[in-house]
Ligand binder design. Structure first.
Ligand code: NAD
Length: 474
């Protein structure tokens, strides 16, 4: 199979013909040849997006017509759900059950939500008593560079593209080198939906292509999801041209289970928080803190539930844990199971599986300063630590350079609100995990990033808000 860029409405090879192999992490064999972008391909894609913005119909056609095309795009994604789900499975080992019940429907929903949100949005009118009328306009920003990671390839790409397009921008998407296929498919589907050429361009390649894209002065916005390390480089590239940058970066989510929690609920959601997507989730609840009164009971139920998870072929609908996404990533994750990284912790269950599999792994007696407790592992590895009081729990949860997600399990109404307020994190889930309202701000504090996207927060980023002040009396 051959996977190509989509530039200016054309599916194309690289200008210099360069390619790389797309490795399926389950078979560990190459299953496709992918066009590999150089600066020349990025240049063509930005030029196409620029032309489509400056001269094309897209920014000028109005919300209703754009919304109609974006809904059609979503329809086509739903019709191609099997192809998209299979793409994620081959590219990064995502179990088909997760891709078809979650990633693909949510990706289509991103387009439906932002199309409707933009069409129905209101702007401000600011009457004054000095004979003036001031109002705001939210105008398309221009060319958006969208750079996505490999863990939710389709869902995170569409989380960026959908609001960018709904607000009349044009886009150059660069997916992760590990997961090119779903991006190439949606580049093609956008054209089939009737979205004009050059509005959504997809360039496939590595970090060097991403770096060229972020340095291009013709780009008006950079939206990035990925590691904190790359985020710092992109912030620098944006600064050079004063291009606004939105950064959704890494995480080391905490999960506080209090004595007054419903343990059935706490175990069920904590398992999902630790091991969904084989733990390759920025929001993962990878640091579990359990209050002393329920520690033993919780831990024994949690370990049994972890051991009941089904590892296997991502294309088998009964698989809940696939392989790690690539050999490079597998090597990184197993490095965190070495004693110098765990601080000599006890391994209650889990450890290495076959090939690129790591079994759901539960560590206890982990020093708070051990690398596995402080750094983002991004695999099916969770640390479990007891705490005494609410203050202790909050202190441990906040003891991290990251601040993307946190969870609280408690049936105490006042405690839940109090702790949610005290946690230093962009998202807090109480008695649940991963439930998303697309109107709500999404993002993190500290090393987890800059800015927020979602609902009106996406509008702020993907538009140029303008103030018009007009005298009413002559
Ligand atoms: P990564 O930073 O290695 O790569 C992300 C993307 O950036 C890829 O497309 C890559 O090719 C590109 N890139 C690499 N170097 C670049 C450069 N110098 N300039 C421009 N682009 C460059 O991250 P990853 O390993 O693909 O993804 C995993 C990371 O993403 C984890 O840290 C995870 O927490 C984070 N993540 C965050 C969120 C969130 O919403 N906050 C969501 C998912 C993943």
């Amino acid at each position: 199979m051959k996977i190509q860029h989509v530039i200016g409405g054309v599916e194309t090879d690289s200008a210099d013909g360069a390619t790389y192999d797309d490795i399926d992490p389950y078979t560990r064999q190459s299953y496709a040849t992918v066009a590999r972008a150089s600066a020349a391909d990025v240049d063509l894609a930005v030029a196409a997006a620029r032309r489509a913005f400056d001269e094309g119909p897209w920014p000028r056609m109005g919300f209703a017509e754009r919304g109609r095309l974006l809904h059609k795009f979503a329809d086509l994604m739903e019709e191609h759900a099997a192809e998209l789900g299979e793409a994620e499975g081959h590219d990064m080992g995502k179990p088909i059950a997760a891709a078809s019940s979650h990633d693909v429907p949510r990706s289509a929903q991103n387009f439906r939500f932002f199309a409707d949100h933009a069409r129905l949005a209101v702007a401000e009118a600011l009457p004054s008593d000095i004979g003036m009328h001031t109002y705001t306009r939210y105008e398309s920003a221009g060319v958006v560079a969208a750079i996505a990671p490999w863990n939710f390839p389709l869902m995170l790409a569409t989380w960026k593209i959908a609001p960018a397009l709904a607000w009349g921008n044009t886009v150059v998407l660069k997916p992760s080198e590990d997961t090119p296929r779903s991006a190439a498919i949606i580049g093609r589907l956008a054209l089939e939906a009737g979205i004009p050429e050059g509005v959504l361009n997809v360039v496939l390649g590595f970090g060097d292509a991403g770096a060229v894209l972020t340095r291009d002065p013709r780009v008006d916005r950079i939206t990035f999801t990925g590691s904190s390390l790359t985020g710092r480089a992109i912030a620098g590239a944006g600064a050079a041209n004063l291009t606004p940058v939105s950064l959704e970066l890494g995480g080391k989510g905490s999960n506080l289970v209090f004595d007054d929690a419903n343990l059935d609920v706490a175990v069920d959601w904590s398992i999902r928080a630790a091991f969904s997507n084989t733990g390759q989730v920025c929001l993962a609840g990878s640091r579990l803190y359990v209050q002393q009164g329920v520690y033993d009971e919780f831990l024994s139920r949690f370990v049994s539930a972890a051991e009941a998870m089904t590892l296997g072929d991502p294309s088998d609908p009964s698989t809940s844990i696939g392989p790690l996404a690539s050999e490079r990533h597998y090597t990184k994750v197993i490095g965190y199971l070495e004693p110098e990284k765990t601080g000599g912790a006890k391994v209650l269950t889990g450890g290495l599986g076959e090939d690129w599999f790591v079994r759901p792994t539960v560590l206890t007696d982990v020093p708070q300063d051990a690398p596995v407790q402080r750094e983002e592992v991004f695999g099916p590895v969770v640390t479990v630590t007891p705490f005494a009081s609410e203050e202790d729990g909050v202190r441990l949860a906040n003891d991290t350079p990251y601040g993307l997600s946190a969870m609280v399990f408690s049936d105490g109404l006042h405690r839940a609100h109090r702790v949610a307020g005290a946690l230093r994190s962009g998202n807090v889930w109480v008695n649940c995990f991963f439930v998303r309202d697309l109107r709500a701000p999404f993002g993190g504090v500290g090393d987890s990033g800059w800015g927020r996207e979602g609902g009106t927060f996406s509008r702020e980023f993907f538009t140029e808000p303008k103030t018009v002040s007009m005298r009413i009396d002559g």
